[in-house]
Design a protein around this ligand. Structure first.
Ligand code: MG
Length: 266
């Protein structure tokens, strides 16, 4: 039996090579291919593939991405919003998810697309009505996310389905880090966004208004979460425009960097 508390830190990537798709555990600059999937106890096969020979894919294929709005006070203020009494929740569809290195296609119906660097929680097991003290048990790990937003459309339309749900608006990756507990680190994790190498956002996950456990309780009060589902936990201050040709990178301490380029939608 593996004791959950003694589980070793592991970075799990999803990749493709020569038309085959699999999961692997990162070891230096190689992936140790795992048998099966990472949502149950798994075995490493010992078969290694070099990282520079694979294409990294989104680390999970979520059934749904549940996102939280205005979870950092400074970010709420920069867009002229109050911190909501009840967390703002919205969905990003599975079709919005892209992986590390995949292009963000600038949507035709917007002239103002913004980056939003966010810590993403990856759910490890089917769960509903999770009590706060069990919230950690349903987490597989964490990855980086960019809640790419058509800000002009968000202002214009009452619901955010188009503004935040267009194709390629949810970059995730580069892998799931399963050995981290951001809540156990008093200062939280540094979360940064750069555009063309220039810093735009810098915050700490400890600045979240509602902590991750509370978000899991709040969401699962309403709906069942499935293995591979993702929760986006909100963005710190400093959101700003992306233009075609830009390279946007989200870096979270202890996890890694998720980089995507913005292209014109073909
Ligand atoms: Mg957001």
């Amino acid at each position: 039996m593996i004791n959950e508390g003694q589980r070793q830190p592991v970075r799990i990537a999803r990749f493709s090579i020569d038309g085959n798709v699999g999961f692997g555990v990162l070891e230096g600059d190689e992936l140790d291919v795992i048998k099966g999937h990472p949502f149950a106890e798994f075995e490493r096969s010992g078969q290694k593939v070099p990282l520079d020979k694979v294409r990294l894919l989104p680390p999970v294929l979520p059934n749904k991405v549940v996102a939280i709005g205005r979870n950092y006070a400074e970010h709420a203020a920069e867009l002229g919003n109050e911190v909501p009494e009840v967390p703002v929740t919205f969905f990003k569809p599975s079709t919005s998810v892209i992986g590390p290195g995949d292009p963000i296609a600038y949507p035709s119906f917007s002239q103002e697309v913004h980056h939003e660097a966010e810590l993403a929680v990856v759910i490890g097991r089917m769960c509903r009505e999770v009590p706060r003290e069990r919230a950690k048990d349903v987490i597989l790990g964490y990855t980086c996310a960019n809640d790419v937003t058509a800000r002009d459309v968000q202002r214009r339309e009452k619901q955010w389905a188009r503004a935040k749900g267009f194709d390629s608006s949810c970059p995730l990756g580069p892998w799931v880090e399963t050995g981290l507990d951001p809540a156990a680190i008093a200062a939280g994790l540094a979360i940064q966004c750069t555009v063309n190498g220039e810093q735009r956002q810098l915050g700490r996950t400890s600045e979240m208004i509602r902590p991750i456990e509370d978000l899991i309780v709040h969401i699962t009060e309403a709906m069942t979460l499935l293995p591979g589902d993702v929760i986006l936990t909100g963005t710190p201050a400093g959101v700003g425009p992306l233009n075609v040709g830009d390279e946007v990178a989200v870096t979270i301490e202890g996890i890694g960097t998720l980089t995507n380029k913005v292209i014109k939608r073909g």
